[in-house]
Design a protein around this ligand. Structure first.
Ligand SMILES: N[C@@H](CCC(=O)N[C@@H](CS)C(=O)NCC(=O)O)C(=O)O
Length: 214
């Protein structure tokens, strides 16, 4: 399978999930400003017209988009559903968390905070409206190691999103001790540590390219 990603973007969740599953994939890096696939110079928009990562091409050539769908695809293919949940209420809970992370945290809170072009008034509004999502998460994580009763693809997504607090100074993790402890614990997990280390190097190269082009 092919996984289109950009360094430290939400696509890192798919990498973490695949490392957890011990599944092979070809990782194809998309340069965010140009949408070029760095491996072969092609235009990523011919694969996903939205130009959004993650995008996954299965071994059968089916192109999948959207974090929640791709992560559940990876979980379904993992041995013994270790990354997902059985059909029924557990699967619904997994879906619930993937949606919460994708909408309330990823798009609702972090995307505007990470956007260098977003006006300060917009960022202040977003913080006022959406920081309560971290209060909710902090409360939920008290006494829990993971979102479900085992590490799942939802954790792969959550740790990827929380990792962005490094670049969003007004969101001080110290204010949410359970989220902070969860993040620090998950960063030690081999799949997460490996993904962050690898993608951080690629991220530095991406930033250098951006500076050279400016
Ligand atoms: N709804 C999509 C959103 C994916 C998304 O926002 N990806 C970001 C990286 S975290 C991206 O590719 N941004 C590039 C752009 O906006 O052009 C999903 O959940 O997969």
């Amino acid at each position: 399978m092919d996984v289109y990603f950009s360094p430290l973007a939400c696509s890192m969740a798919t990498r973490v999930a695949l490392y957890e599953a011990g599944a092979d994939a070809t990782y194809l890096e998309v340069d965010p400003p140009t949408k070029k696939v760095l491996n072969d110079g092609t235009d990523f928009r011919t694969v996903n017209p939205l130009g959004l990562v993650p995008t996954l091409r299965t071994d059968d050539g089916v192109v999948l988009t959207e974090n929640a769908a791709i992560l559940q695809y990876v979980a379904d293919r993992a041995p013994q559903s270790i990354l997902g949940a059985a059909a029924g209420i557990d699967r619904t809970r997994l879906h619930q968390w993937l949606c919460f992370i994708g909408t309330e945290l990823h798009k609702g809170l972090f995307v505007p905070m990470l956007d260098r072009k977003a006006p300060q008034e917009v960022k202040a509004y977003v913080l006022e409206r959406n920081l309560s999502r971290l209060d909710y998460l902090d409360n939920y994580l008290a006494g829990r190691d993971f979102l479900l009763d085992h590490f799942s693809v939802a954790d792969a997504y959550l740790v990827t999103v929380i990792n962005w607090t490094m670049a969003t100074p007004p969101i001080e993790l110290a204010k949410w001790p359970n989220v902070k402890a969860y993040y620090e614990r998950l960063r030690q997990r081999p799949s997460v540590a490996k993904a962050i280390a690898e993608e951080f190097e690629l991220y530095k190269a991406e930033q250098a390219r951006k500076q050279a082009a400016a």
